[in-house]
Design a protein around this ligand. Structure first.
Ligand code: FEO
Length: 401
């Protein structure tokens, strides 16, 4: 029997690990898996908050039963309808036919569009309270963090907030469930990769949600997201990261991403990195866009203030793997980076010219000239690359506190 884990005062973690799914949303690599977190409150009325993906229903039911045996569940609270969390709703409603489903108006539109009409709805709005006995739940609508129906559920007595995707990340929970039980360096990277690829586009809505919690002076002791660790020791840490990332704030450092067929554009990348280093920049990450999945690259672009993109020309356009990177950045609406541009062309051009179009669209500050070497970089191209590196380093160093 896989037991539920106690969070506090009859509130239990009943999530499951998924190490089988190769790509989250069939897009994002899950090298270290993912957890689908669900929670149970065992009071006069029993409630569960969110469910799990449909491939994990057996484990999920076992966890519920480890806590409540043959008792029934009174409420299913749905913070988010994406199928990684709603995948067990049908089975839960069939197993517990008297259960009341709690969500906002948009929740039920999406619920019915996925799973058809169900019974016993309880529609809640911003600020509504549901009484379970000694626990009371208050609802905060937080649309577009990550879908239109997303909301958060706050347990008033113990100050636990169930936040849906917000504050969650990739990576299974391998034994440790709480922030004080795990290596946070690993989870912080995977939370930022989740944020930057899945939620980052909705930064303005994340800010709105954070403001709502602040304006309502919601006192938070535990952050319980639908993926990754439960934050009971230092919930402020993850809230601060979300605030930083959703404002587009970044650390000092430079990500260099390039697409190179025969190593010539790569040489320019290495040259720029060396020059940055001699100018005192320590955080430098170089990525070959054809080798590393874009989700890892985007995560570091979210982390660091400087970005330098390089592309050879390919059939009169950008190199395809760079096209993927550039498209993902545009789509994420990331703000406020310093940008450098370089590349090569032999007969058509299209690499550097398209990176320049990207720069215009993003309206970021460009550093140094756009450098395009003819076939292979020579002395004058390397000198121009130095200008990119020097100006980038200057800007970053002048921003030090
Ligand atoms: Fe974890 Fe938006 O689903």
């Amino acid at each position: 029997m896989i037991n539920a884990a106690n969070i506090t005062d009859n509130i239990y973690y009943i999530g499951v690990n998924d190490r089988e799914t190769y790509l989250f949303e069939n897009l994002w690599p899950l090298d270290k898996g993912v957890s689908y977190n669900s929670y149970l409150i065992n009071d006069e009325k029993i409630a569960i908050i969110d469910t799990v993906k449909n491939t994990k229903i057996g484990d999920f039911i076992e966890k519920i039963q480890s806590q409540i045996g043959d008792k029934t569940i009174d409420y299913l609270i749905i913070n988010h309808m994406e199928p990684d969390h709603s995948g067990a709703i049908k089975e839960i409603t069939e197993k517990y036919p008297n259960i009341t489903i709690v969500g906002n108006k948009k929740t039920f539109d999406i619920l019915e569009s996925f799973y058809g009409k169900m019974e016993n709805y309880h529609v809640v709005d911003d600020g509504d309270i549901l009484n379970l006995g000694s626990h009371q739940l208050k609802f905060y609508l937080t649309p577009m963090v990550h879908w239109p129906e997303t909301m958060m559920t706050y347990e008033i007595k113990n100050k636990v907030i169930f936040t849906g995707d917000a504050f969650g990340g990739f990576g299974t929970l391998d034994g440790g469930i709480f922030d004080d039980e795990v290596n946070l360096e690993f989870y912080t990277d995977e939370i930022r990769r989740y944020y930057s690829n899945i939620v980052g586009k909705y930064g303005a809505m994340v800010q709105k949600a954070l403001k709502k919690l602040k304006d309502e002076t919601v006192d938070i002791k535990v952050v319980a997201p639908t993926h990754g660790p439960v934050w009971r020791s230092n919930p402020d840490t993850i809230i601060k990261y979300y605030d930083l990332w959703s404002r587009g704030e970044a650390e000092e450092g430079v990500v260099i991403v390039y697409g190179s067929m025969y190593g010539n554009t790569q040489k320019m990348a290495d040259h720029i990195a060396r020059q940055l280093s001699t100018k005192g920049i320590k955080n430098i990450r170089i990525y070959d866009a054809s080798k590393t999945h874009v989700s890892y690259i985007i995560s570091d672009i979210w982390r660091f203030k400087g970005l330098i993109l390089g592309s050879c020309a390919y059939n009169t356009g950008l190199f395809p793997s760079m096209e993927t990177v550039v498209h993902k950045i545009e789509n994420s609406q990331l703000k406020n980076r310093y940008l450098g541009i370089f590349g090569t062309s032999t007969w058509s051009g299209g690499g550097v010219s398209n990176l320049s179009l990207f720069a215009q669209k993003m309206k970021w500050q460009q550093v140094g000239p756009s450098v395009e070497a003819k076939s292979s970089p020579k002395e004058e191209s390397f000198k121009a690359c130095d200008e990119i590196a020097n100006e980038m380093a200057e800007k970053l160093i002048s921003g030090r506190e």
